[in-house]
Write a protein that binds this ligand. Structure first.
Ligand code: RB5
Length: 151
C-alpha cells in the first residue's frame, strides 16, 4: 500500500477531499491529510512544508500538494532539499514526472484542472515507477546542485 501525505491551501479544499477519496477507495493508498481542513485563508508554503518534511523523513512515502494553480506549491516544495516536486496537468506529465524525474511530490492546480483530469493524473502518477538508467545520472546532477545551492 502506498503511503501519501497530502496537503493543500484554502483553494484546494474540494479537490483535496476528492483526491483523498479516490486515492483511498480506488487506488488503495494510505493517506495522511495534513490540512488545511476548512476554507479559511491560509498560506500555501506552510502546507508545502508540512508535507515535504514528512516525505523527507520516510523514503517510502510520497506527497501531494494542491493550491489554486499548483505553482506556488511546486515552488515552495522544491525549496526542500531532496524533494522533487512536479506540477502535472495531464496523465502524460504525471507519468513522466515519475518515470524520468522520480518526482516524490505531485502538485495539482485546483483551479486549472477538473476532478476527472485529477483522477487520471493520480492514476498515472501512482502506477508509474522511476525508469532509472540515464535518468539516474540527471537526478544525481540535481542532487549536486542542491548541495551547492542549499547549504
Ligand atoms: C490562493 O489564492 C492562490 O494564490 C494559491 O492557491 C496558489 O494558486 C498559489 O500559487
Amino acid at each position: 500500500m502506498k503511503k501519501i501525505f497530502i496537503g493543500g491551501d484554502h483553494a484546494a479544499i474540494e479537490m483535496k477531499s476528492a483526491a483523498i477519496a479516490y486515492l483511498r477507495n480506488t487506488l488503495a493508498c494510505e493517506i495522511i491529510d495534513v490540512g488545511a481542513y476548512d476554507g479559511e485563508r491560509v498560506d500555501y508554503p506552510d502546507y508545502a512544508a508540512k508535507v515535504c518534511v514528512e516525505v523527507l523523513k520516510d523514503k517510502e512515502a510520497s506527497g501531494i500538494l494542491i493550491c489554486g494553480t499548483g505553482i506556488g506549491m511546486s515552488i515552495a516544495a522544491n525549496k526542500h532539499k531532496g524533494v522533487r516536486a512536479a506540477l502535472a496537468h495531464n496523465s502524460y506529465e504525471a507519468q513522466m514526472a515519475r518515470e524520468h524525474n522520480d518526482a516524490n511530490v505531485l502538485c495539482l492546480g485546483a483551479r486549472t484542472i477538473g476532478l476527472g483530469t485529477m483522477e487520471s493524473v493520480l492514476d498515472f502518477w501512482i502506477r508509474a515507477s522511476f525508469a532509472g538508467g540515464r535518468h539516474s545520472a540527471r537526478l544525481e546532477k540535481i542532487a549536486k546542485l542542491e548541495d551547492k545551492c542549499f547549504s
